[in-house]
Design a protein around this ligand. Structure first.
Ligand SMILES: Nc1ncnc2c1ncn2[C@@H]1O[C@H](COP(=O)(O)OP(=O)(O)OP(=O)(O)O)[C@@H](O)[C@H]1O
Length: 235
């Protein structure tokens, strides 16, 4: 799904969390969003799923202006997300966690459809367990499966590797790349920069609500402003 952000600004009191930010991204692959704490990554992700609205500026997804659309209509356009703080329905079975969004969106909510989604993220064997009883890494996969259950064109992931072991993290990053190969556009907000660089087609580096750098992983790593401001290097 093509993304076009034009002069987006979002303020919280005196703080410009996103400040006159613009970029374009052509559909497909993984778009990595990195930047220091407070750079505005989560705020931008919220704006892309219209959980919170912009103060000014415009966001177009596949040519549709979503700036005033509201989260439900944005979801129907094919946008799904996961959250920085894990959000699974702990007292529902793993299977029901993925059937809820399918039911809500009027997609087939039968067991076979649910199991296919669980299988995609490697947790079909846990289908009938209560989600809240699974280990943290597996709950992360439930959350991802729930987002995938909506059959999104654009998948927004907010720090999906946080709290995972190195092995789990590598496996998850490979899965994101596979999902992108399947044709889903993936936006990956992540502090684990090496994983982002490994799987992204394009990386946008945010700093204080604006774009510090934007390019291929190689271009971003070589960028002086990034090395100075983000990686803490001297010239
Ligand atoms: N709901 C809010 N109320 C007040 N200020 C907020 C709110 N959400 C974000 N901010 C502020 O906006 C700025 C950007 O925050 P945001 O969470 O988007 O950054 P981030 O890049 O995702 O950071 P992190 O990597 O720490 O998650 C920060 O200064 C933050 O304190």
């Amino acid at each position: 799904m093509d993304i076009e952000v034009t002069r987006a600004t979002m303020r919280f009191g005196g703080v410009r969390a996103v400040d006159d930010l613009s970029f374009r991204y052509a559909a497909g692959g993984v778009l990595g969003l990195i930047g220091p704490n407070g750079a505005g990554k989560t705020t931008l992700l919220n704006a892309l799923s219209d959980v919170s609205r912009l103060d000014s500026g415009r966001i177009r997804l596949r040519g549709n202006d979503i700036t005033r659309l509201g989260p439900e209509k944005v979801a129907r356009l094919g946008v799904a997300r996961t959250f920085q703080n894990l959000q699974v329905f702990g007292s529902l079975s793993v299977l029901d966690n993925v059937l809820v969004p399918r039911w809500a969106l009027g997609k087939g909510a039968d067991r076979a459809a649910g199991l296919a989604v669980l299988d995609r993220v490697g947790i079909a064997e846990h289908a009938d367990r209560l989600a809240g009883t699974l280990a943290y890494g597996l709950q992360r996969r439930v959350e991802l499966a729930r987002a995938l259950a909506a059959e999104p064109e654009l998948l927004l992931l907010d720090e999906p590797l946080a709290g995972l072991s190195r092995v789990e993290g590598n496996r998850a990053a490979e899965l994101f790349a596979d999902l992108a190969d399947d044709g889903i556009t993936v936006v990956l907000v992540e502090h684990d920069v090496s994983s982002v660089l490994a799987v992204s087609r394009h990386v946008v580096v945010l700093d204080r609500g604006t774009v510090l750098a934007s390019g291929t992983p190689d271009e971003v790593v070589a960028d002086h402003a990034v090395r100075r401001a983000y990686l803490g290097e001297e010239d």
